[in-house]
Design a protein around this ligand. Structure first.
Ligand SMILES: CC(C)(COP(=O)(O)OP(=O)(O)OC[C@H]1O[C@@H](n2cnc3c(N)ncnc32)[C@H](O)[C@@H]1OP(=O)(O)O)[C@@H](O)C(=O)NCCC(=O)NCCS
Length: 262
């Protein structure tokens, strides 16, 4: 169900005739920001963003230093779900809000400049859960992944997770919050029928936590890692705060936070 109170307004997906590309435009005052499929040409801007400590220090998986080869791999992985959906559905199907579609065809955030150039400024991806909490238990993780991936679209027990980042030049302008709301309201809730999404926030990353809170997500669990966790760039992960968005929970509902000492 869409939640008008916190702004998960169902909006429409648009089609850019010149590029033959679908996109979601953020509402005012961010109407010069769009979310489109990932493009191969994003690699350079991505590399710059991923070598910025204001970005990589709070992310788990980007390699550091982030080289062109890493950008190529990241772009391929981010483009694939967009390409798969775009190649298996006609434009009419994509624009028909009655047709459910697993995954999402747009995930790259771009700013449209006055001269029309579209600048890559970040990424926002919601996907079937990667079951990261079982990272150290590969057999269990494999089984959890299989279970979660085998459930049909719309099943209330399918879990998703969120990852997002934005160029630091664009932080604290409300863009990530607007992008998350637009993407969920326009696509993930009505089209992908998501019911549960988790986001892991490291070491009190206040900006990220605030985006989630402003979007109606709730802190449910805190994992104290006791010095056992590290990002790939070598940052110590002391705590992971797990925020959830759940379709079945009215926004703003308070819940007791479970603390795990790992
Ligand atoms: C997390 C991230 C995507 C947020 O993007 P953003 O566009 O800056 O987010 P928004 O502007 O929508 O909201 C940020 C909020 O956090 C607040 N905030 C930011 N830094 C803060 C701090 N140190 N202390 C308290 N609040 C803070 C901002 O004031 C704003 O809240 P407000 O609107 O109530 O004033 C961006 O900071 C980022 O890319 N960080 C690096 C990568 C990352 O951490 N990704 C998330 C992993 S879970």
């Amino acid at each position: 169900m869409l939640d008008a109170k916190i702004g998960y307004k169902e909006d429409k997906l648009e089609f850019n005739e010149n590029r033959s590309e679908i996109f979601i435009r953020l509402p005012k005052p961010h109407e010069n920001t769009i979310i489109t499929p990932t493009r191969e040409s994003d690699a350079h801007a991505l590399t710059v963003i991923m070598n910025d400590p204001k970005v990589y220090k709070t992310l788990l998986s980007p390699p550091h230093p982030f080289l062109q080869i890493h950008a190529k791999e990241f772009i391929q992985a981010s483009k694939k779900p967009c390409d798969d959906i775009l190649s298996s559905h006609s434009n009419d199907e994509l624009l028909d809000s009655n047709i459910p579609i697993d995954g999402c065809p747009v995930n790259a955030i771009r700013e449209i400049k006055e001269d029309g150039r579209e600048i890559y400024i970040g990424q926002i991806i919601i996907q079937r859960s990667r079951c990261m909490r079982w990272m150290d238990q590969p057999d269990i993780r494999k089984q959890k992944l299989q279970e979660n991936n085998s459930k049909p679209i719309g099943d209330p027990h399918v879990y998703h997770d969120l990852s997002m980042f934005l160029a630091s030049s664009h932080h604290n302008r409300g863009i990530a919050t607007a992008a998350l709301k637009a993407l969920m309201g326009t696509w993930y809730i009505p089209r992908s029928k998501v019911k549960n999404i988790e986001a892991g926030v490291f070491n009190g990353n206040k900006g990220s936590a605030r985006v989630l809170e402003k979007s109606g997500w709730v802190l449910e669990e805190v994992f104290n890692l006791g010095g056992k966790g590290k990002t790939r760039s070598g940052e110590l992960i002391e705590t992971i705060e797990s925020y959830y968005w759940r379709a079945a929970r009215p926004s703003g509902t308070a819940i007791e936070v479970t603390v795990h000492n790992v």
